[in-house]
Design a protein around this ligand. Structure first.
Ligand code: PEP
Ligand code: MN
Length: 337
């Protein structure tokens, strides 16, 4: 971090600042120019908020040289992280497809969808029990009963399950869940992230609707700072001026996240598009851009779905898509086992 001091800053003030940084184990390299004094801060500056420095009277400018995330940063962990979910590996050449309905609705639905997506080659099954809905009057999910139906489907199909948590107090209900999803709306629910940092379970962290890449990685850092390094990042589209799609899939996020971080990156083309027919082209684009997996909504009867029917694939559509996914994944040198 570089701190440029205002012209004419008195020596005593500079010494005072150097002493207070020293207390934080930050060494200072001072460069005294003709008119300006520049301080180079050496050490772990991740705990320093540049805004705190900017608010000081003697400071003209502050520039961060290093990213404030350490544990999620590829610079400090050059190898790709592989997250293993019950033997299904994600990352470093291992590609996984997570599929299932937006919401768990009934036993019949879960049985039908889980068998279908398994037969088509999905590695993990999704299904929301606690649903973050824009309207309080919309279907909120079957909650605890939904989790029980998911666990039944897991037993019957043998597929690990992925489901969203909305409140840290629900964590005891998630004991048998294999991957806990943090939805876009909770990406910056820092208390929830801290709680999930203390458990030993993979976390699927979705990018917030209007979050930058740095904010996204800082949220991953929250989980990792607590000791849980099993984080899977998920690009699911962001808010832009465009209204033709539900969100705008930020394809650039995939290579950028993979450059800056060692964590696996998967893509959710369903919530990005909001439209069934776009799931396939966006899936292909995600694979080409380097994604380590996909999470796709599949419903046995999309027209009757209680949530997100318009973007849900039928099991038949999903089967066709999986054929294409398999070819593309192989073409790009990854494996799906
Ligand atoms: C979901 O996956 O069901 C979901 C609500 O997604 P997001 O948090 O990305 O909107
Ligand atoms: Mn959904």
């Amino acid at each position: 971090m570089i701190v440029i001091l205002k012209k004419g800053t008195p020596r005593v003030k500079i010494e005072e600042m150097i002493r207070s940084l020293d207390k934080m184990d930050i060494k200072v390299q001072e460069i005294q120019g003709v008119h300006e004094c520049v301080l180079g801060l050496i050490g772990d500056t991740s705990a320093i908020d540049p805004e705190d420095l900017r608010s000081m009277d003697i400071v003209a400018q502050v520039k961060r040289i290093q990213e404030p995330y350490k544990k999620a940063n590829r610079k400090f962990h050059p190898e790709n992280t592989v997250v293993d979910v019950c033997g299904r590996k994600i990352g470093d050449g291992h590609f996984q497809v997570i599929a299932g309905p937006c919401s768990v609705e009934s036993r019949e639905q879960m049985v039908a969808v889980s068998h279908a997506v398994k037969a088509s080659g999905a590695g993990l099954m999704r299904g929301g029990a606690f649903k973050p809905r824009t309207s309080p009057y919309a279907f909120q999910g079957l909650r605890q009963e939904g989790l029980e139906l998911l666990l039944e489907a897991k037993k019957a199909s043998g597929m690990p399950i992925v489901t969203e948590i909305m409140d840290a107090s629900h964590l005891p209900l998630f004991d048998d869940v294999d991957v806990i999803q943090v939805g876009a709306r909770n990406m910056q629910n820092f208390e929830l992230l801290k709680t999930l940092g203390k458990i030993d379970k993979p976390i699927l962290l979705k990018r917030g609707l209007a979050s930058t890449i740095d904010e996204f990685l800082m949220s991953a850092e929250y989980i990792m700072a607590g000791g849980n390094s099993k984080v899977i990042l998920c690009e699911r589209g962001i808010r832009t001026f465009e209204t033709a799609t539900r969100n705008t899939l930020d394809i650039s996020a995939i290579p950028i996240l993979k450059k800056r971080s060692h964590l696996p990156v998967i893509v959710d083309p369903s919530h990005a598009a909001g439209i069934r027919w776009m799931v396939e082209p966006l899936s292909m684009a995600a694979i080409a851009a380097g994604a380590d997996g996909l999470i796709i909504e599949v419903h046995n009867n999309p027209e009757k779905a209680l949530c997100d029917g318009a973007q849900s694939l039928t099991p038949e559509d999903f089967d066709t898509l999986m054929g294409k996914v398999r070819s593309a994944v192989t073409f790009f040198g990854k494996s799906m086992d």
